[in-house]
Ligand binder design. Sequence first.
Ligand SMILES: Cc1ncc(C[n+]2csc(CCOP(=O)(O)OP(=O)(O)O)c2C)c(N)n1
Ligand code: SF4
Ligand SMILES: [Mg+2]
Length: 279
Amino acid sequence: MTEMIKLKAKDYKSTVKPIWCPGCGDFSVLNAITKAMAALAINKDDTVLVSGIGCSSRLPAYVDSYGFHGVHGRGLAIAQGLKVARPDLTVIAMGGDGDGFSIGGNHFIHACRRNVNMTYIVMDNEIYGMTKGQASPTTPMDWTSSKLTPHGTGVRPFKPTALALASGATWIGRGYSGNPNQMAGLIASAVEHQGFSFVHVMSQCITFCPGQTDWKAIVHERQEPVLTNEDEAAELFLHEDGFQTGILYQQGRDTWPPQHSSTTPTTPAQLAESFRIGS
Ligand SMILES: Cc1ncc(C[n+]2csc(CCOP(=O)(O)OP(=O)(O)O)c2C)c(N)n1
Ligand code: SF4
Ligand SMILES: [Mg+2]
């Protein structure tokens, strides 16, 4: 009998060296993901990390598993299709706030609604980092540092957790790039959840938003029990400061797709046969 060798977090890192700016929060997310994979003793060969486009979306290249660096805003579409076709795989999608809430916003809300059994990690730095710091849907209204919005965006930011809840996500948690150990536990729980789990990570962009280092003083871990009631969670997500970390909400609901009965056609030949007149 072959003995299973327990891998360490570093064993889940690929040989590709990250090209993020020194001090970028995404380094912490990479560490947290590999720590979570080690804690869950995840088999690399049965795991796929899928992303869109952006600094954060580079992450799958840095993990020694299967990966798919997709198209901007389309990571969730690819990841859900993969999980539905191969339910035996562990599928983790990831990307940035621009990727997930702007161009990919429609995929986000429908993924929450659909409840495919997979995890989605958004590294939220409240801007488009890769394209040099334009406003995103989570940019504070009064942020004036970009030459494109010198008087602020004038638009109120999304509340991603409220959006996820309203759309039907069954697991919602928040991490912070300054606390990779807490985030590792969070990601492990998200992966273990049966359904669509949304991990909202406050991940600082040191280059275009150096003021985000102040988050350290604002972030606070939730002490109360995980919410399981939608009304209570709505109250929390609409009125909180957005810097509360931990597992915030969890609920059980049937995942998609529904289980097929043994008579449901699953191959093209069976499908063709089911349409045959008289069959
Ligand atoms: C279809 C398409 N539109 C626009 C772009 C340009 N683009 C590349 S990354 C990006 C935004 C990245 O922001 P975010 O998802 O928040 O990731 P970050 O770089 O902040 O981690 C944009 C607009 C693109 N690559 N493809
Ligand atoms: S631009 Fe910002 S988000 Fe992109 S690698 Fe640099 S610090 Fe990270
Ligand atoms: Mg971003």
